[in-house]
Design a protein around this ligand. Structure first.
Ligand SMILES: *[C@@H]1O[C@H](CO)[C@@H](O)[C@H](O)[C@H]1NC(C)=O
Ligand SMILES: *[C@@H]1O[C@H](CO)[C@@H](O)[C@H](O)[C@H]1NC(C)=O
Ligand SMILES: *[C@@H]1O[C@H](CO)[C@@H](O)[C@H](O)[C@H]1NC(C)=O
Ligand SMILES: *[C@@H]1O[C@H](CO)[C@@H](O)[C@H](O)[C@H]1NC(C)=O
Ligand SMILES: *[C@@H]1O[C@H](CO)[C@@H](O)[C@H](O)[C@H]1NC(C)=O
Ligand SMILES: *[C@@H]1O[C@H](CO)[C@@H](O)[C@H](O)[C@H]1NC(C)=O
Ligand SMILES: *[C@@H]1O[C@H](CO)[C@@H](O)[C@H](O)[C@H]1NC(C)=O
Ligand SMILES: *[C@@H]1O[C@H](CO)[C@@H](O)[C@H](O)[C@H]1NC(C)=O
Ligand SMILES: *[C@@H]1O[C@H](CO)[C@@H](O)[C@H](O)[C@H]1NC(C)=O
Ligand SMILES: *[C@@H]1O[C@H](CO)[C@@H](O)[C@H](O)[C@H]1NC(C)=O
Ligand SMILES: *[C@@H]1O[C@H](CO)[C@@H](O)[C@H](O)[C@H]1NC(C)=O
Length: 861
């Protein structure tokens, strides 16, 4: 104890002898706090050691008369060490140790903190079982043990926590049943236990919890039926039971919960129909019941839920037609009913829905035609009608589907020509699939305008004529299939064509040239190459030109620059002008496009324009601005935080530092053929570690990245990597309602396989995407490349190397792995990490924190 403070306390005590007892208390807490600060290596507290009043220290809040420490908030400090001492702060009411690196058991001595009302130990590495001593915290209102590595059952002693309002234990390894006594916690509002190994049934008794608003138990091993009783009290707002083994019927009592806005019960074994009472849930916004064994007709009663935004009934046994009343659902954004037994016309009333962005009717027996008004009023981004019995022609009006990202019409009975208007769907990027129909005539040259399209499949039709040279305008193409048609003439000389497997061109009458083994006998496209190059170039220019005409002068609604000494140098008008020129475009991602902007002051910025799916930007403007401001304070050497923003009426621009050395993708792949490439493994490993550190920090702050790819990793002049687009999940997070829920999160080749059925980006999903980046660094190969073979991406190619009889060395970039024995050894160690990260089972992937450790170990050994 420092002499000075002891003296001052003694003096103080003499003056106020009545309060001597109180001062003794504070004295006790102070020495405990100093010991805690020392144990946890809290620099802030250490430098304050001479200060006699801990009530002013960071994270400490005292009672109003400064007698006791009542709140201790040490969240988000990367702390580790022994926290048992905290149990000596006897007056503590509020303890938050979340988002640190604490491990070992939760100290049973915490059971002694009898005043505690709030205990948050979430997002650490606590192991062992939940100590039964916590049952002694009789005043506890909130207990959060989520995101640790806790095992065993939920101890029965917690039954005594009668005041509990929030009980959160998600993402641990807890097993055993959900205790019956949870039904006795009458004040419970929030109960989450998702991502554990809980088994048994959902207790009926939960129905006694009259205040329950949020029940989230997804991804466990729960069985039995959804108890009717849980809807009895009618307060439930959010029910998530996805990915369990639940069976039986959806109870009719569900209609009693008028305030239920989200119901997610997909991936179970539920049977029977959807009760008509569903129409009584006036607040219903999300209803997801895909991958069950539900049957009967889709009830028209859904149409009474005017707020319904997403309806997913895919992969069940529904029959009949889609009720025309669904046209009343003005807010519907996604209707997903694929893989059922539905038939009839494509419901026109639904197509009139102003907000519809995803219509997935694929894999049913729909047998109408494509209506002319298909995109009359449409924000449609995903039109998925493949594998049905749709006949008739593709209407020319398909060209009105301006927002479309994916068009799946394969395996139907479509006839007639491919309308050239398809070339007007400039946004088309994920896929255009017209395969396995009865289409005839020539391929329209206008397809060449689809310069964002990645995958084109026109196979198995009766298309004829030559493959138009103008298709060279499809600059983003990776996958093509022209097989089994009646095409003739030479295959145009275009890298995506020649890199395709020959199977993409087989089954045609008179087609020749690479990649087929058929010579064109002197008549090759490359002879005419120069000319055609000009043609496709002109097409692109024309398209760019029209884009510029459309965009009127935007009105700046708000703007700010967070960096004091850059305020003068940044001109919002100049920013606005820069993004109107396509020549300034540096890259395009799933959620945003990046432009270079040269300020009149000489400063160069990188400007990220968010792709607004709807007018949400205006609606959520102030919220988004708050988020950006928050993100600007998020400092990490490997994260690219915003230095400012500009908001227009319908767009948000994020301003960042400009990195002239480009992205990791450019470094890895554009330099691939460079003759003078000097291999340097250590710097690549440093990049890998840097990216992992940035992402680990994000996860530590509970932020999930929506689009990790090498194209989103920027390199500064010291080759230090910075992960970009970190703000997106905060700005366009579907769960906060600030964006259209249909955005595909992630880039092709980086998306974790489970995303296909969960449609949720998770921390393990991020680890997978990171693993792909690490594989790119190790192999210098693209995440998706035809050379891997049909349907095989980089991850599959690497994981299947043993099956092909290849050694790990045959995977690694030989320009690096053959340089030295040490490099080779390190690369093999890093490969091991990448394999762990890309495991198909999300639970088996390491956390990013662990990834950083494993990679750092490589450099140390
Ligand atoms: C200080 O406040 C606490 C409650 O927060 C109370 O128990 C204690 O008696 C108070 N002490 C004085 C000296 O007022
Ligand atoms: C933590 O410290 C307490 C004493 O404050 C001690 O009893 C306990 O064994 C320590 N725990 C560990 C894991 O070192
Ligand atoms: C709780 O505090 C008492 C003294 O008040 C002590 O004897 C006991 O060891 C503490 N319990 C735990 C589990 O540390
Ligand atoms: C833990 O749960 C409590 C109670 O629900 C909540 O207030 C708190 O924000 C949660 N902690 C984290 C880090 O999410
Ligand atoms: C719930 O409380 C009631 C009455 O206090 C008691 O009889 C019952 O045993 C408790 N249930 C459980 C499962 O503990
Ligand atoms: C529909 O959503 C709006 C906006 O969230 C809300 O104000 C309204 O109360 C909701 N309607 C119903 C019937 O719940
Ligand atoms: C689905 O339900 C039907 C009866 O409705 C039954 O015949 C079938 O076996 C069930 N399928 C599965 C996979 O449970
Ligand atoms: C749906 O469209 C209507 C009419 O265009 C609009 O008022 C409403 O805000 C939209 N809802 C959503 C969720 O975008
Ligand atoms: C579509 O299929 C249904 C049921 O098989 C049949 O009744 C109807 O006539 C068919 N419609 C058309 C246009 O073929
Ligand atoms: C589409 O618009 C046309 C002309 O405006 C109209 O005749 C047709 O009924 C509309 N179709 C749909 C499905 O809205
Ligand atoms: C970054 O780019 C500049 C010029 O574009 C080049 O001179 C420099 O070597 C690059 N730095 C690294 C680390 O590649």
């Amino acid at each position: 104890m420092p002499f000075l403070s002891l003296l001052s306390i003694l003096l103080f005590g003499l003056l106020l002898s009545r309060s001597q007892l109180v001062i003794t208390h504070l004295l006790n807490d102070q020495s405990t706090l100093l010991a805690i600060g020392k144990e946890l290596k809290l620099p802030e507290w250490k430098s304050r050691e001479k200060n006699s009043n801990p009530c002013t220290w960071a994270g400490i809040f005292c009672s109003s008369n400064n007698s006791f420490v009542e709140r201790l908030d040490l969240s988000n400090h990367g702390l580790q060490g022994n926290i048992t001492l905290i149990s000596e702060l006897k007056s503590l009411k509020w303890l938050d140790l979340s988002h640190n690196n604490f491990h070992g058991n939760i100290p049973p001595a915490f059971g002694n903190l009898s005043e505690l009302e709030f205990l948050d130990l979430s997002f650490n590495n606590f192991g062992g079982s939940i100590p039964s001593d916590l049952g002694r915290l009789k005043n506890l209102r909130a207990l959060n043990l989520s995101n640790n590595m806790l095992i065993g059952t939920i101890p029965d002693e917690l039954e005594d926590l009668k005041k509990l309002q929030d009980l959160q234990v998600f993402t641990n390894r807890l097993n055993g049943p959900i205790p019956l006594w949870v039904g006795n916690l009458t004040n419970l509002r929030v109960f989450t236990a998702y991502e554990n190994e809980l088994s048994g049934v959902i207790p009926d008794k939960l129905g006694l919890v009259s205040e329950l608003q949020l029940l989230n138990l997804h991804s466990n091993k729960l069985e039995g039926s959804i108890p009717e009783a849980i809807f009895a009290m009618g307060k439930l707002e959010n029910l998530v039971l996805t990915q369990n083994r639940l069976s039986g019927y959806i109870p009719e009592s569900i209609g009693k919960c008028k305030g239920l806005s989200s119901i997610r019960i997909g991936n179970n074994n539920l049977i029977g129909g959807i009760p008509r009472e569903i129409g009584e849930i006036s607040s219903l916004t999300y209803f997801e019941a895909d991958n069950n064994n539900l049957s009967g007709e889709i009830v028209a009663d859904f149409s009474k839920c005017s707020n319904l935004t997403l309806l997913n009934l895919a992969s069940n046994g529904f029959s009949g037609t889609v009720p025309p009343e669904f046209g009343l659902l003005n807010n519907l954004q996604e209707l997903i009913v694929s893989a059922n037994n539905l038939f009839g016309e494509i419901p026109q009333s639904i197509l009139r829905g102003k907000n519809l962005s995803k219509l997935d009717l694929s894999n049913n027996r729909f047998n109408g035609t494509l209506p002319e008004g298909i995109c009359n009023a449409s924000r449609l981004q995903f039109l998925l009608l493949g594998q049905n019995s749709i006949g008739g022609k593709i209407p020319n009006e398909i060209g009105n589907c301006a927002k479309l990202l994916e068009l799946q019409l394969g395996s139907n009975y479509l006839t007639g020509n491919i309308p050239p208007e398809i070339g007007r769907i400039k946004n088309l990027q994920i896929a255009l699939n017209l395969s396995s129909n009865h289409l005839n005539g020539q391929l329209p040259a206008e397809l060449g305008r689809l310069d964002k399209l990645v995958s084109l499949d026109v196979s198995n039709n009766q298309l004829s004529g030559s493959i138009p040279v103008a298709l060279k305008g499809m600059l983003s193409l990776i996958e093509v299939n022209f097989s089994n048609n009646q095409f003739t003439g030479p295959i145009p000389f275009f890298v995506p064509f020649q890199k395709s497997p020959s199977s993409s061109f087989l089954g045609n009458k008179g087609i020749c040239g690479e990649p087929l083994n058929v010579s064109c006998g002197g008549l090759t496209d490359s002879d005419r190459n120069v000319d055609h190059h000009k043609v496709s170039y002109r097409i692109i220019l024309a398209v760019v030109g029209s884009d510029e005409q459309i965009s009127n002068k935007p009105v700046i609604v708000a703007g700010n620059v967070f960096v004091e000494n850059l305020r003068q140098a940044i001109d919002f008008e100049a920013v606005a002008k820069a993004i109107m020129k396509d020549s300034n475009k540096l890259s395009v991602g799933t959620f945003s496009a990046v432009y270079r902007a040269d300020m009149p002051s000489g400063v160069t910025l990188s400007v990220r324009k968010l792709k607004s799916m709807d007018k949400t930007i205006v609606h959520h403007k102030s919220k988004m601005i708050r988020e950006v401001e928050k993100m600007s304070k998020l400092c990490h050497d490997n994260l690219m935080g915003p230095i400012g923003f500009v908001v227009f009426e319908d767009a948000m621009l994020l301003l960042h530092q400009y990195f002239p050395n480009g992205t990791l993708a450019q470094f890895l792949h554009d330099s691939k053929e460079k003759q003078d490439y000097k291999p340097d493994w250590p710097s690549r490993l440093a990049v890998a570690i840097g990216v992992a550190q940035g992402l680990a920090f994000l996860h530590h702050m509970a932020i999930i990245h929506l689009d990790i790819s090498s194209g989103n990793v920027f390199l500064d002049s010291n080759f230090n990597p910075l992960v970009g687009e970190v703000e997106i999940s905060k700005l366009l997070d579907p769960s906060t309602g600030t964006a259209s829920i249909s955005a595909v999160a992630g880039s092709y080749g980086y998306i974790a396989p489970e995303y296909a059925y969960t449609m949720q980006v998770t921390a393990p999903g991020n680890v997978y995407s990171y693993g792909v980046v690490l594989l790119e660094i190790l192999t210098t190969k693209l995440p998706v490349d035809e050379t891997f073979g049909e349907g095989i991406d980089l991850v599959k190619w690497v994981h299947s190397a043993p099956a092909r009889g290849e050694t790990p060395e045959q995977i690694l970039d030989p320009r690096l792995s053959t340089v030295s024995f040490v490099w080779r050894k390190e690369m093999l160690a890093a490969l091991k990490v990448a394999l762990l990260c890309t495991d198909t089972t999300p639970a088996k992937r390491p956390k990013l924190k662990k990834v950083v450790e494993m990679l750092q170990e490589i450099t140390q050994n």
